[in-house]
Design a protein around this ligand. Structure first.
Ligand code: ADP
Ligand code: GN1
Ligand code: MG
Length: 366
């Protein structure tokens, strides 16, 4: 943890003026460390988001920031063609005196953006309007970047949604068993191994040329969209570190596993964990309203499989991290990653039961 003095110092390096008031830590994300900092300028309170990038996860943070500044600029230009201002629709990062979008000190690698006025995020919501809006937000995001020059994209985390490699890493962690935790979680390990054929199918289809790579977000949790606090309409899509070539259905699926879960990703009472079909349909309606016209038959047919794949992949990543000693995801207690892995497994199993219904709903919105 860094103190107020240190946070203020970082902000000054991003040329923020005025009187430093206070800060709060934001704990929704599992990767970066995020603070809201408040300043007073000309009698007005202004808030900023200050983030310390996790350089264990993002090994090339400078390239990641180049990506993000290029992407946000690209989206800003598109929005400005149809709207007077893009202020609340896309992130705006601050520069240092040297014109850089990052600042490095002994504490780490920092970036700073304007807090988007009147915005809120949700970790869990039953409001179907909000859920449909989040579908529209991620669908629109893909459409904005549909013609983005792919060769300009830096690959922040190679093989991010390569489920074949994710399974290999999982099996290596089981074999190494560095924390002596494997025996205790044998049932969960078997549960994930049972999904291997299904959860690696789409990656194999892509390799065979049956599914195209497009510019995707790759981390489509509901808390990576900002919503207008009053109207609930979607504003900016945030957390752009993982924008890379990927499968459309993986963006759909990752959102479903988070947003259409009846419970939160952290739920430990597994009787509360299931795929909520109303939430599923609301997200599908929003997302498909933006992307459906651009999809091939294979893409449409694998949308629901994308949800099962992302649920299995995410849960297996939590379990892998648990076996490795919790090095990747931030944890609040020793069994945290195991609890998260159990929650995703319960959800994946419920999706399997509802698979035909999930596919039927996609067809309805194609
Ligand atoms: P992480 O990679 O750790 O998930 P995020 O970039 O998603 O980090 O930020 C974490 C949280 O901080 C978000 O879920 C959101 O609540 C808040 N947040 C981030 N950027 C902004 C912003 N520009 N305006 C308002 N809230 C923001
Ligand atoms: C991480 O950064 P955050 O909390 O939005 C992770 C995602 C996982 C998610 C699970 C770069 O997302 O891949 O799906 O946790 N991001 C990275 O909650 O690994
Ligand atoms: Mg996030």
């Amino acid at each position: 943890m860094v103190n107020d003095q240190q946070l203020e110092n970082v902000c000054r390096n991003f040329l923020i003026e005025g009187e430093y008031l206070s800060s709060e830590i934001v704990t929704t994300g599992h990767i970066n460390t995020t603070y809201v900092v408040y300043f007073k300028t000309d009698g007005e309170v202004k808030d900023y988001i200050l983030q310390k990038i996790n350089t264990y996860v993002f090994k090339n943070p400078i390239e990641v920031m180049d990506n993000i500044s290029n992407i946000t600029e690209y989206i800003r230009k598109k929005i400005k063609k149809v709207k007077a201002t893009a202020k609340r629709d896309v992130l705006h990062y601050s520069k240092t005196a040297e014109g850089k979008y990052y600042y490095v000190n002994d504490d780490g690698f920092w970036r700073c953006s304007r807090f988007i006025d009147g915005s809120v995020t949700y970790n869990l919501t039953s409001d179907l309007f909000i859920i449909e809006e989040s579908g529209k937000a991620f669908g629109e995001f893909q459409m904005h970047l549909a013609d983005y020059p792919v060769d300009k994209l830096f690959i922040a985390i190679p093989h991010f949604h390569n489920t074949v490699m994710r399974y290999e890493a999982f099996k290596e962690s089981i074999a190494a068993d560095s924390e002596k935790r494997a025996e205790k979680v044998a049932a969960e390990i078997q549960g994930y191994l049972d999904f291997e054929d299904m959860a690696t199918e789409m990656y194999k289809m892509q390799r065979r040329g049956e599914l195209p790579l497009k510019v995707t977000h790759n981390d489509t949790k509901c808390n990576n969209v900002l919503f207008d606090a009053e109207t609930g309409e979607h504003l900016a899509v945030i957390d752009l570190d993982t924008v890379m070539p990927g499968l459309v259905a993986f963006d759909f699926g990752d959102a479903i596993r988070f947003t259409a879960n009846s419970a939160s990703e952290e739920e430990t009472d597994l009787t509360k964990v299931y795929l909520d079909m109303d939430k599923y349909e609301a997200f599908a309606r929003g997302f498909m309203s933006k992307v459906a016209p651009t999809l091939s038959e294979n893409e449409k047919d694998t949308m629901a499989l994308g949800a099962i794949t992302m649920t299995v992949e995410c849960g297996m990543r939590f379990l892998t991290d648990y076996l490795n000693g919790d090095k990747y995801f931030a944890v609040a207690y020793p069994e945290h990653n195991l609890d998260r892995a159990r929650c995703q497994l319960a959800l994946a199993r419920d999706m399997l039961k509802k698979y035909e219904d999930m596919k039927r709903i996609i067809k309805k919105y194609c």
